[in-house]
Write a protein that binds this ligand. Structure first.
Ligand code: UD1
Length: 419
């Protein structure tokens, strides 16, 4: 199993180019089920999650090819098997995104329930309740959702809590339902915005994109589109900004949409980190001794993303003074605390609030990745630690970060992938 060996305390200098967003490419690939012709998706990150989604689409009958220019071509015209098996869905929860487009296209689908994940149960009840409201009959058999959506009817849906995945799934059904659907407490994340814009370019009628209320007027059929380019990964960008802030140096994080990082930029500025925000990049001039402790709470977009909580926690271990992080999206997403403490951090947990002692000096250690973003926090910690660290189970990071060791090596880090 691959691991990373990291020699810490090397400042970072240079440009890091951000890849396309994992959380955008996965729903766009799922939406390609509704596209009849050949679709070229460009700016696709090389991730094991994009490969898992391509395997799933192929298994259902689509033709999917990875091209040399960071693009993939997906032709779903011959897709004829609306079935998503457990062996693929269990490795990637976002596989559940295929349920909506399969129902909209075939009127029925059999999709495995995703099961738990490293930091908690992560249910799919909002997806299923929303589908039922649109007239879908659902039964659960042998761990599979068996869905019959032969009579899709628009309805009013209010999510008890904002859900990115449930919003995406329901939208992909409602666009072809009879009548109008209104979703309140809908997700406004940039990745959902891009999904809705793609569907509109295929002939759907979704309004309110980017707000928490979506109105979807059902249409009877869709057109096909031939091109789409994935938006930049705001979480990858935020990870590199936090890494540069923690390790020190002058780094330009490029190929981004700074507006998508508004809450992260504000938090970094509050922590006294010097940033120059340009049109499609951010230059960070980091001086670790100046970092000020800054409390944050994770929230839905445009709030501070839960997917950057672990990385921010690491940064706060170096700040002047103590700070807190309140996790409002996943109350138990804290498996990284014990591993960060092994590297010399001192973080305690009280309910869903992490209490972080600042001013720590980190020392290299062997640690274990537990999920995608926790792994990123461990990499940052190892880059800040004296001596050598080994991070095992890097398959977690390969799910969500495109060539991370290459990108960090290019700006001066010493990080090696070993077997
Ligand atoms: C997506 C992102 C993930 C991110 C998360 C929150 C993708 C592929 N993944 O995950 O990186 O961390 O948004 O920004 O885009 N919930 C329920 N029932 C449901 C659905 C959700 O209770 O049926 C709860 C969840 O447990 C969580 C909250 O709603 O507390 C938000 O989850 P959700 O937005 O659905 O996360 P994902 O779409 O799975």
């Amino acid at each position: 199993m691959d691991y990373f060996e990291i020699h810490g305390l090397k400042t970072l200098n240079g440009v890091i180019e951000v890849s396309g967003a994992k959380n955008a490419v996965l729903p766009l690939m799922a939406a390609s089920i509704l596209n009849q012709g050949k679709l070229k998706i460009s700016n696709v990150p090389t991730l094991s999650d994009s490969i898992t989604m391509s395997k799933l689409l192929k298994k259902m009958g689509a033709e999917v090819n990875f091209e040399s220019d960071n693009s993939i071509s997906v032709d779903s015209s011959k897709l004829d098997n609306p079935f998503a098996p457990y062996d693929l869905v269990k490795t990637m929860r976002a596989s559940f995104y295929v349920l909506g487009p399969l129902l909209a296209r075939f009127g029925n689908a059999k999709v495995s329930l995703p099961g738990g994940c490293a930091w908690g149960p992560r249910p799919v009840d909002f997806h299923l309740d929303g589908l039922k409201a649109l007239g879908v009959k659902i039964s659960i058999e042998n761990g599979y959702v068996i869905a019959d959506g032969s009579n899709l009817i628009g309805n009013k849906i209010h999510f008890p809590k904002i859900s990115v995945g449930a919003t995406g799934n329901i939208v992909m059904v409602a666009i072809l339902a009879k009548g109008t659907t209104t979703i309140t407490n809908a997700a406004s994340e940039p990745e959902i915005q891009q999904l809705c814009e793609m569907l509109n370019s295929m002939g759907a009628n979704i309004s309110g994109i980017g707000t928490n209320t979506l109105t979807i007027k059902g249409v009877t059929s869709l057109n096909s589109i031939s091109n789409i380019s994935v938006i930049p990964d705001r979480i990858e960008a935020g990870t590199f900004l936090i890494a540069a802030a923690a390790v020190g140096g002058v780094v330009e994080v490029s190929n981004i949409i700074p507006e998508h990082l508004d809450s992260v930029i504000k938090s970094l500025q509050k922590a006294n980190i010097e940033l120059e925000v340009k049109d499609s990049s951010i230059v960070i001039r980091a001086n670790v001794s100046n970092i000020l402790s800054t409390n944050i709470e994770t929230n839905e977009y445009p709030g501070f993303p839960t997917d950057l909580q672990a990385q921010w926690m690491m940064l706060m271990c170096l700040a002047k003074g103590n700070s807190t992080i309140k996790e409002n999206i996943y109350y138990d997403r804290f498996t990284h605390i014990m591993e960060l403490n092994r590297l010399g951090c001192n973080i305690k947990l009280e309910d869903s609030v992490a209490i972080i002692e600042g001013g720590r000096r980190l020392i290299g250690a062997d640690v274990m990745s537990t999920d995608i973003r926790a792994s990123a926090a461990l990499i940052i910690a190892a880059l800040c630690a004296s001596g050598t660290s080994k991070i095992s189970r890097v398959y977690h990071i390969d799910r969500g970060y495109d060539k991370i060791e290459e990108k960090l090596t290019n700006v001066g880090a010493e990080i090696f992938r070993k077997k």
